[in-house]
Design a protein around this ligand. Sequence first.
Ligand code: AMP
Length: 392
Amino acid sequence: MNHPKPVLPGNAIGVLGSGQLGRMFAIAARRMGYRVHTLSPDEDTPTGQVADLEVNAPYEDLDAVRKFAAAVSVVTFEFENVPAETAAAASRCAPVRPSGHVLHTTQHRLREKTFLLNSGFPVTEFRRITSLADLTEAAHAIGLPAILKTAGFGYDGKGQFRIRDQGELPAAWASLGEKEAVLEAFVDFECEISVVAARGLNFVFVHSGAIENYHRNGILDISIAPARVPPEVAQRAIEITREVLEKLEIVGVLCVEFFVRKDGQLLINELAPRPHNSGHFTFDANITSQFEQQLRAVCGLPFGSVNQLAPASMANLLGDLWNDCEPDWAAGASIPDVKLHLYGKLSPRPGRKMGHLTALASTTEQALSDVQRARALLRGKQIATSVQLPSL
Ligand code: AMP
């Protein structure tokens, strides 16, 4: 079979979106001698600060998008909420990988869940909601507690309402702005895991293994790799992930987030068609990071080894950490096997992802303990033993 020619070092890659995922992609790409252009409505962005060119234009400015795409050899994205028309406009001037249909499916919760259900993948029971009457009926059918989520453009637990009893239905419907939504059964899970995987132009598939994830207020807080789940659960998650990438014909990186039920069954929570926060540890812990695999996939290069050099744990640094004063960077950097990543964001708002820490150690427990100790030190807490460790 004939594959398109590879995009080689020296060429420019276009990134739609300009957050931390684009920043780490740009670092990986520049290290391999590529040029990186980024387009987003913002200025002085995490990606723009390390890219060769930062284009400041709304995603809806299709002339700017076409001009942007015409100046690069391939376009990818770091933010899946880029409008589908933007990807379509870019694709007239350069290959877009993964292609726009992947964005179209994954940026809308209802489309994504319907795709997964119709393809035979295990998903949480859900209903489409377009009115309070729908919601009342669905709550009755699914049972409570349940979670109401906006159908489109939600991330990091935003646009969600956890409904405990019937009395909360009107408030839940109002809180989401009475827009199309999805009601999901509440899953009483044992733990959450994810698999970050990549698929190339030649259909080769590589993966990170299963990663164990802990959320706080709907936002990823801590990841542990490899996940402390039975090998057959990890293997099943990898197999499902492979099938999802194949079904979506991904060229690039995609993360599948799973709930692991108490009986070991897996349910897909959601998909992200790009590098994922839970895969950030690969930047320090793997021979090839998720960002470099994205680069290699979209450029048509062979994948690098996914070997993980040591057990690892990642802790997010949210804006809350600032709490009116700068974190104690020197104290946080005092644990030698912990790496600090900051994204160059100018205003540390609560809940905003400002950076992360990755610890490498001889065991996952040690990595988890080190990363939490380092984060406590950033907060000025010297007594590291007060930190609560997640356990399975
Ligand atoms: P999401 O943004 O939909 O991935 O949700 C963020 C986090 O909220 C998930 O990682 C879970 O920790 C929790 N969550 C979301 N949906 C459910 C559900 N149906 N049942 C239980 N917990 C959920």
